[in-house]
Design a binder for this molecule. Structure first.
Ligand code: ARG
Length: 562
């Protein structure tokens, strides 16, 4: 049990339940200076409640609170400050980590309820962009985090497998395409066709009409259109699967936009019954001017449905099928307006679960300060990038540890880990600069640095012949305490990562923990033959457990040797 919770419980008890546990835990802070103690409780709110002066209350509480985990509790003006009993607390935490293993830091906030996570969702016949990479990495981590918090994560890949781009592709393919070439190199070739369509359409606007017509045919179930569409889809999915297997990401559902084709009529009927549809130049829209938003387009004048129609339908389908407690959409911030609109439409339709739908936006990946784009063919093929990272990781490992067994497997874990960590270490709304050289460094705030710290700790245990330390009676020295203090924080960090949908909380935490552990390692003789050797090894073991679990939550492997 976390010390902060114990402190909060003691306060609630000694204050005769004048404040609730939740209120107290929110109020507890860290004193400004460590000389003032480890935890501080400000008495202002409580004082108001019981109509006494804050310092009088602080005095009273300080005299009453006693616990084996607290060395002493003192009043400091309006604060009740707690000095932890270092030996007892460290024994308690290390013992908890040793016995819970990878379960340490779990919560039961979710009670097994479902959370749908809509992430990755690349577009068929287009390359997997840097934005999709971010969505994949952030979404995968959030799925792990919500599961750690007691929810059941449902991972949905809302493939962009429908829409007007298929009209364009069909036209381009019929004009300039060739079956053999597409088969050999689907994404590159389809992209080529797509780019050519756009450049030719600049001089020949009729192509756009043609494309609209083909998309309409596709929506109406035309045989030829459908055959081409399903072929493009199949070939693209093969390429995406290769990326997912490199990244080690899996989905529960690949129900993309096309899945909702036969379900949209029902949505439009609901909208119409609720009197929400109005006409705008022959198109059907939901007016959102009461919330100062542009109207949400539901059906075009030619009868074709839109991205928004499919998202509204998908939300209803997901609630019917999964009765989600929350529905997360991990999509770049450039789609904020879209999500505001569809959430508002759903709210107007009277679905009260709309409150639980969350757009989780993120920033761009930049290369030399510029957005990496797919439109004009200036694209980077992601699979190549990942493979390059793995190659570079392999060279590093080769140089550092030439005799390491299964180098290829570890190079994959390090190369892929470096890309993921680089993404997740900054708050998701920040733009991030893509630099393979930087992310693959073994020093600094990088994935390989954290993995290396973990491997180093594992090797200490291996060399001491003590992989299976199961017991400890705690440690008393300041050096150990500075690491243990961080270990205590882990459950809380996970909770924050969940509440803010922010994996960077965990990534930053792992950087702190690794830095502190490496300091410890360089200052303290861990395997010195004194009375505390096994306790220090228990600490080392706990560090490996927490780093490994933290990395797992980010979607990164923790090799034991590298
Ligand atoms: N395929 C879309 C794109 O690449 C992202 C889909 C996000 N998910 C959703 N339910 N709208 O822009």
């Amino acid at each position: 049990m976390e010390v902060i919770k114990i402190y909060a419980e003691e306060i609630v008890k000694q204050a005769n339940n004048a404040l609730t546990f939740d209120m107290v835990i929110k109020l507890i802070e860290k004193p400004k200076f460590s000389e003032q103690g480890d935890l501080a409780f400000p008495c202002f709110t409580l004082a108001k409640k019981v109509r006494k002066s804050p310092s009088a209350i602080a005095e009273e509480l300080a005299n009453k609170i006693q616990h084996t985990l607290f060395e002493r509790v003192v009043a400091n003006g309006p604060y009740v400050n707690c000095f932890l009993n270092v030996k007892e607390v460290s024994r308690n935490v290390l013992q908890t980590i040793l016995s819970q293993g990878s379960d340490y830091g779990s919560h039961n906030i979710g009670n097994g309820g479902n959370i749908t996570i809509d992430f990755s969702s690349p577009n068929i016949a287009k390359p997997f962009s840097m934005g999709h990479l971010r969505s994949t990495v952030i979404g995968n981590s959030l799925a792990n985090i919500v599961a750690k918090c007691g929810y059941h994560a449902i991972r949905i890949n809302h493939l962009g497998d429908w829409g007007t781009q298929f009209g364009k592709l069909i036209v381009a393919y019929k004009l300039w395409g060739d079956e053999e070439t597409v088969r050999n190199n689907p994404i590159a070739e389809l992209l080529q066709l797509y780019v050519r369509f756009h450049s030719e359409a600049e001089n020949n606007p009729e192509l756009e009409d043609e494309a609209r017509m083909w998309f309409k045919k596709l929506e109406d179930g035309d045989k030829e259109a459908h055959r081409l569409w399903s072929w493009f889809r199949k070939e693209s999915l093969k390429e995406f699967s290769a990326i997912y297997s490199l990244l080690d990401v899996e989905f529960d559902s690949y129900n993309g936009e096309a899945f909702y084709n036969d379900k949209m009529e029902a949505t439009i009927e609901l909208l119409s019954k609720a009197n929400l549809l109005s006409d705008s130049d022959g198109a059907e829209v939901v007016d959102l001017s009461d919330k100062d938003l542009p109207p949400c387009l539901i059906k075009k004048s030619d009868g074709a449905t839109l991205y928004a129609t499919r998202d509204i339908t998908a939300a209803i389908y997901r609630q019917d099928n999964y009765t989600f407690k929350k529905a997360l959409y991990i999509v770049g911030h450039e789609q904020s307006l879209h999500f505001k609109q569809i959430f508002l439409v759903l709210e107007k339709m009277g679905f009260e679960w709309t409150n639980e739908m969350v757009h989780v936006p993120f920033g761009f990946i930049l290369k030399n300060g510029k957005k990496m784009s797919t439109r004009k063919g200036k694209i980077v093929l992601l699979e190549e990038v990942i493979k390059e990272a793995i190659d570079l990781a392999k060279q590093n490992i080769e140089a550092k540890n030439p005799t390491l067994p299964n180098k290829d497997e570890i190079a994959k874990e390090v190369g892929v880990g470096s890309i993921i960590f680089h993404d997740l270490k900054s708050e998701r709304l920040n733009n991030i600069e893509f630099s393979l050289d930087e992310m693959l460094q073994f020093e600094g705030a990088t994935g390989p640095y954290i993995q290396y710290t973990h491997a180093r700790a594992c090797s200490i245990l291996r060399k001491a012949g003590r992989d299976e330390i199961l017991n400890t009676d705690g440690l008393n020295d300041i050096q150990s305490w500075s690491v243990i203090k961080i270990l205590i924080e882990f459950p809380n960090v996970i909770k924050k990562a969940f509440e803010q949908f922010e994996p960077s909380q965990i990534a930053k935490y792992l950087i702190d923990l690794s830095q502190e552990f490496n300091k410890y390692y360089s200052r303290v003789k861990l395997v010195a033959e004194d009375g505390d050797k096994l306790n220090r090894l228990a600490l080392v073991k706990s560090v490996t457990t927490v780093i490994k679990e933290g990395l797992r939550l980010l979607g990164i492997k923790a090799p034991e040797e590298m």
